[in-house]
Ligand binder design. Structure first.
Ligand SMILES: [Zn+2]
Length: 62
């Protein structure tokens, strides 16, 4: 009855969770800083990936 595989649903949910977290960080003012070390994230990187949450030193920790 669903046209989406479980993998697709999981991927969509993960993306929506990332968007929620990005919006929350935008709201509280931490959007432009790395979640790990508070280093300001380069604006060009945020333009390329608006969901980017970490500096280049902490690429996979979300
Ligand atoms: Zn960092």
């Amino acid at each position: 009855m669903s046209e989406f595989s479980n993998e697709s649903v999981s991927a969509i949910e993960a993306t929506l969770n990332d968007v929620d977290r990005a919006l929350e960080r935008l709201r509280v003012g931490t959007y432009r800083s790395c979640q790990v070390c508070d280093t300001p994230i380069d604006e060009a990187q945020l333009v390329a990936n608006p969901l980017l949450a970490n500096c280049p030193a902490h690429p996979e920790l979300a």
